[in-house]
Design a protein around this ligand. Structure first.
Ligand SMILES: [Zn+2]
Ligand SMILES: [Zn+2]
Length: 440
């Protein structure tokens, strides 16, 4: 019974509906900000950084199709078996009492979000998941969509109190979505200070501080909707003209691979855990304050301290033809993501496994191109040649439930062949190809 209940909630939850509805607006706003950026020549967008952020966001969403059920199951189980109160979903209507209940749920969610976010920065294993959101060295609306794929491991724990109190899961899923949707607009440099609004709400100015790697701004401004939590719990810092924000993390990603973006910090922790001699440190390293390292590892493999003044954005150069090819492929990828989201909403996760694998391969290849890797073209050709066989496999696996699957292989074939042709043209110029040097 619990499983059925949870499954129903997962498929019909406000989280999915609202976020799915918001995606076209996100993309439209991003396009508008991009146009403003070009018109004003502000240089807030670089194609490689934006594509990497959107790739991480895409990976997070699609990976979530196969992992999200775990946290929804636990939340539903706790709600059904351990809730203090039995709140009826019908109480949350448009009456003054109903709206007051919605407000309490939203404020409660934002309070838990503050602590989830704060520990997400201050504890190593939680930072390993959250760091993805901070790796962008630019700051624009694409940064908002740059999300981790591994928050499903621990993030849900911080919201358990609300399920223990007994808020309906539909209500909590909705306020979760509202909290996330709110945070989209604060990722911009086009909005300055907003007076009293900056003192109550999370705004572009105080969230810019949160994304900074300046010493003064580290571990500040964790709020989701309300900055009041930071003021109450001593983690607030105002954006200062005297200390312009430098975006990014102090240990740079220096890479456009969205998969590595998700495992980088886990990998560093793992290497240190293997190298340290004491068992206490092998375990403890994961739960210490972010940045802590065992003394023996620090002595043998000291970390280079990063000088902010010497900071340079990761920005390998690629030819104009390659930039256009990557951009074209990325636009096709967005269409693919929207199609996958539609199939997932209608048919569930098993239908979209093969399309997701193809999508993830595309994200990986786009990373290779933007990193100017010498083997990017070879990898891309393999990917393009695999599309038709895999599409046919996906069609055979899903033809019983997807009516339009008959034409899928044909579309895949046309896409694949035309991509090969465009890639040939893009790489034809030897002089441009020479620019594609392997960084390693
Ligand atoms: Zn953060
Ligand atoms: Zn952010």
């Amino acid at each position: 019974m619990t499983v059925n209940y949870v499954f129903t909630c997962q498929r019909n939850s406000g989280l999915m509906d609202l976020l799915a509805l918001a995606v076209p607006f996100f993309l439209l706003a991003l396009l508008l900000e991009l146009i403003v950026d070009r018109v004003r020549s502000t240089g807030y967008y670089r194609m490689n950084d934006a594509i990497n952020s959107l790739s991480a966001g895409t990976l997070s969403t699609t990976f979530g199709y196969f992992t999200r059920f775990a946290q929804v199951f636990i939340w539903g189980y706790v709600l059904q078996n351990f809730a203090l109160l039995r709140m009826d979903y019908a109480w949350f209507d448009y009456s003054p009492q109903g709206l007051a209940l919605w407000a309490v749920a939203l404020i409660g969610w934002d309070f838990c979000y503050y602590w989830a976010h704060r520990y997400g920065h201050e504890v190593s294993i939680l930072w390993a998941a959250h760091a993805v959101h901070h790796q962008s060295e630019d700051y624009n609306l694409s940064t908002a969509l740059r999300q981790t794929s591994s928050s499903f491991l621990f993030n849900w724990i911080f919201f358990l109190p609300l399920f223990l109190i007994g808020f309906p899961i539909e209500v909590l899923a909705t306020v979760n979505a509202l909290d996330l949707i709110y945070q989209f607009w604060v990722h911009t440099q086009h909005v300055g200070k907003l007076g009293w609004v900056d003192r109550v709400f999370v705004t572009p100015s105080n969230h810019r501080v949160h994304h900074a790697q300046n010493e003064r701004y580290i571990d500040r401004n964790y709020g989701g909707i309300f900055i009041l939590w930071d003021r109450m719990f001593g983690s607030f810092q105002e954006e200062l003209d005297a200390d312009p924000v430098v975006f990014g993390v102090r240990k740079p990603l220096a890479n456009w691979n969205p998969f590595w973006a998700n495992i980088q910090v886990y990998a560093y922790l793992w290497f240190d855990a293997v190298r340290t001699r004491r068992w206490r440190d092998k375990i403890g390293i994961w739960f210490h304050r972010t940045g802590w390292r065992p003394a023996d590892v620090e002595a043998l493999y000291p970390k280079r301290s990063t000088e902010l003044a010497a900071f340079r954005k990761f920005d390998p150069d690629i030819s104009t033809a390659m930039r256009r090819y990557v951009l074209g492929q990325f636009l096709v990828t967005i269409l693919g993501v929207l199609a996958i989201a539609k199939f997932y909403a209608e048919q569930g996760a098993s239908t979209v496994l093969v399309p997701c694998l193809l999508l993830w391969a595309t994200l990986y290849t786009l990373g290779l191109f933007t990193e100017a890797r010498s083997y990017a073209v070879r990898f891309e050709l393999i990917r393009l040649l695999m599309i038709v066989p895999l599409s046919v496999a996906a069609m055979l696996a899903t033809s019983l439930i997807i009516e339009s699957a008959d034409g899928a292989w044909l579309i895949a074939g046309i896409y694949s062949l035309s991509s090969v042709a465009v890639l040939e043209i893009a790489t034809a110029n030897k002089h441009r190809q020479a620019k594609m040097t392997d960084n390693n």
